[in-house]
Design a protein. Structure first.
Length: 442
RNA sequence: GGCCUCGUGGCGGAGUGGUGACGCAGCGGAUUGCAAAUCCGUGAACCCCGGUUCAAUUCCGGGCGAGGCCUCCA
């Protein structure tokens, strides 16, 4: 069974045929590094990591190029830099913010079992490429200078809005959008804008300035993947305007009919039934969650829901995920070279149907179970959590031995006291046939 | 207002024009000094109203409900 993927562009599940089977090319929009990544950010990282693994399986590990960028130029980063490092020169302050945040991001998604992407470009390293693109857009009549900015002329592109299903003439301009007077059309968007003294800037033909919010992805994808490539991914919310504008920029600059053949978008994440927001108090960073839960449990919890479905992130769900994963880990060790069975692979090949793939593992034999777990990126190495435990391991083993002796002497009052004592410290004992084991209470 | 998803047992979540997976929880049993863990077994669902059909949860239409995007946002 060939790989089929849901394409936002066609709104249907289509068979996947790469442009070049020797080099399957995928681009995914990465984080803007101004703050710790939250659990919602983890979803595309995990989803497209799984797709990366699947593509490598289908086309060969050396025949897939996966690019996930780091956005390190953004007005939110400037604000954060000025706030956190008021005494430093701006460039230094910005670098402090972005380098720290970027390192944390890579550590976070690594802990969630995501492989490093083939390339992880930073936007600031591609400013010249962006200028080139903007120059091409101006030369081809798709952009214009006004009010100190360079703007994309959306009316110059007949099928602008195709990805998001928006038609320019059907939109009520100005209804909720504040239209800048210098724009020819309400949907025109910024490619380059001038920077004030306290803003980062690069010298350009249009004055000292910085790039708009969309041009970076057009530049970086072209640099690594060419003018036309196979898959472009990101969150649902990026369809408009970000991806729509990327398509407009890339196609109009290069004169190509297509930017990426397949556009994939993961659904949103809610927390305990509500939209995650700082004001609602249900905002969780990946880092916070990793202090309480193994990364593999968080990963498994994410994959239990199909990537296009909304997911409700709940405590009960994480506990259930841990339980399932723990039982499977007790049964088998995932293989270094995973060999999943046909049922598992077919589920994944059907638009990454991870719930069906996971369900198939319940029926699988030990080898196929290990193969499936390994395929999805589970390593079976980090299930115990000791950070929250106030007791050190030697003390636990000592208590277990003492309790063993008490039980042998049928002093059950004492053995129960030891067990309750450990439980109060967050340690659960399990009397298995092979002997007593322990784990952190969850 | 425009565009787009989605409504399956207590919860999570596949799938299908004709006996409604699977997991968690629950219940019964085994095991255990008692628990936990483990093992075996087990009841329970397709939002509403029409239509097409021999037959619809599955297809079509309408309704109701939930969510998202239209503004930086995974």
């Amino acid at each position: 069974m060939p790989l089929r993927l849901f394409n936002t562009l066609t709104k249907s599940k289509d068979g996947f045929a790469p442009i070049d089977a020797k080099n399957v090319r995928m681009y995914v929009c990465g984080p803007t590094v101004y703050d710790f990544a939250h659990i919602g950010n983890a979803r595309p990282a995990i989803v497209f990591d799984l797709l990366y693994r699947l593509l490598r399986h289908e086309f060969g590990p050396t025949h897939v190029t996966y690019v996930r960028n780091i956005t390190d130029v953004d007005d939110k980063i400037n604000e954060r830099a000025l706030r956190d490092f008021p005494g430093l020169p701006l460039n230094q302050a910005i670098r402090n913010v972005t380098e720290k945040t970027e390192a944390q991001y890579h550590a976070d998604v690594g802990a969630l079992g995501c492989l490093p992407s083939t390339h992880q470009p930073r936007a600031t390293e591609f400013i010249p490429d962006m200028m080139t693109l903007i120059g091409q857009l101006l030369a081809r009549g798709h952009a214009y200078e006004a009010g100190g900015e360079v703007l994309f002329d959306t009316q110059s592109m007949p099928d602008y809005g195709r990805l998001s299903g928006r038609k320019l003439d059907e939109q009520q301009a100005g209804a909720r959008i504040e239209v800048d007077a210098h724009k020819k059309h309400a949907h025109d968007f910024v490619l380059w804008k001038q920077s004030a003294e306290n803003e980062p800037g690069w010298e350009s033909p249009w004055g000292r300035g910085r790039p708009g919010w969309h041009i970076e992805c057009s530049a970086m994808s072209a640099a690594y993947l060419g003018q036309t490539f196979d898959i472009h991914g990101g969150g649902l919310d990026l369809i408009f305007p970000h991806h729509e504008n990327e398509i407009a920029q890339s196609r109009c600059a290069h004169g190509t009919p297509v930017m990426a053949n397949v556009w994939m978008h993961n659904g949103f994440l809610q927390v305990e039934g509500e939209k995650m927001s700082k004001s609602a108090g249900n905002f969780f960073t990946i880092r916070e969650l990793l202090a309480d839960w193994p990364g593999e449990v968080l990963r498994f919890n994410m994959l239990r829901t199909h990537y296009r479905q909304p997911i409700d992130f709940t405590l009960a769900g994480i506990r259930e995920s841990w339980k399932m994963l723990e039982r499977w880990y007790a049964l088998t060790e995932p293989l270094v070279d995973p060999a999943p069975d046909a049922a598992f692979l077919e589920a994944l090949l059907d638009d990454l149907n991870t719930p069906a793939a996971i369900a198939s593992l319940h029926q699988a034999d030990e080898l196929a179970l290990a193969g499936g777990l390994g395929f999805m990126g589970f390593s079976n190495v980090q299930m115990k959590i000791t950070q929250k435990s106030a007791v050190d391991e030697a003390e636990i083993y000592c208590a277990i031995e003492t309790r063993k002796a008490a039980r042998a002497a049928k002093n059950f009052a004492e053995s129960d006291r030891i067990r309750d004592d450990l439980l109060a410290k967050g340690i659960v004992l399990k009397d298995r046939p092979q002997g007593t084991t322990w784990e952190a209470k969850r």
